[in-house]
Design a protein around this ligand. Sequence first.
Ligand code: ADP
Ligand code: MG
Length: 325
Amino acid sequence: MAEFSIIRDYCQGIGPQHHSTRIDIGDDAAVFEPPNDQDIAISTDTMVEGVHFLEGTPASHLAHKILSVNCSDMAAMGALPKYATMALTIPSVNTEWLAEFSSGLKAQAEHYQVQLIGGDTTNGNLTLSCTIIGLLDKSKVLSRGNAKLGDDVYVSGCVGDAALGLANLQGKIALEKSLETQVQMAHYRPQARVELGLGLLNIANACIDVSDGLVADLTHICHQSQLAMEINVDAIPVSAAYKSVFDVNSKQQMDFALYGGDDYELAFTVKPERRGEVKDLSKALGLPLSKIGSVTRSTGSSVCLRQGDNVLPAAKNLGFEHFTD
Ligand code: ADP
Ligand code: MG
């Protein structure tokens, strides 16, 4: 099958046709007209087989995840995702795989209202690389570097399920069937918190999406804001499935929630005076927003984990690093 037929059959007509798009798939480049009163946010995330996902992961899950993780980067900036390009590297032309990937991508592109406006198709080890383009009201943005001393620290939803799902898929942790499905889906099919990001634009000081693990990502906010945090481990939200897996007294109980990745929740800091606004936003979105700590002065280590009267030792390996020896 020629590259051109792959593009025609599996890449065209994905997502809504935005009025602002002047040229999309089929030309040498896509062209769109940005609104006068908005800035453009742009980001790329790549997923490599065997590195970011397990071999044999169903194509529909891959389509879901590649778009969600990219939209999550927009959410963390308070931007509305609008266009995407997809560089698709495939080891062979498997039309069944392509059809499943394409229809999965279509569903997610509709969900996020993102139009696929271009990409590239090449032969090689299975790799998905998506560039997402979003819009942002001029002069507004959420960033990692704007936390303020005394801010409350929050995280949305629950953390830890995705890492638990991965451990389960790798055969490291056995679970009963109903829990298994829930945590595996948390790993395979995360949801980007786009509406939350938009809502936080007027409320939060700093924001990040939890992709590398809660502690690692909070550490990014600390470094870029030149401040530290005190986190109350008992306040970190975990699902009922998560709780049921661990003995409450087990030392490792919170490890997946603290250091696991791939949750794609938003962690953010807010001035304490604005707690009411966070509550209202949580209610409006039907999404729990849990206060887990506060921003403190920097004194060496960035994120101090407290559990009751104890300070937990800092973990050596934070998050996922690609280039460690
Ligand atoms: P070129 O030879 O100019 O690089 P290509 O043949 O690679 O063009 O691509 C033709 C058109 O199809 C371009 O508009 C490109 O953006 C689009 N395209 C190629 N691969 C994909 C893909 N995987 N997803 C979406 N669009 C794609
Ligand atoms: Mg090309």
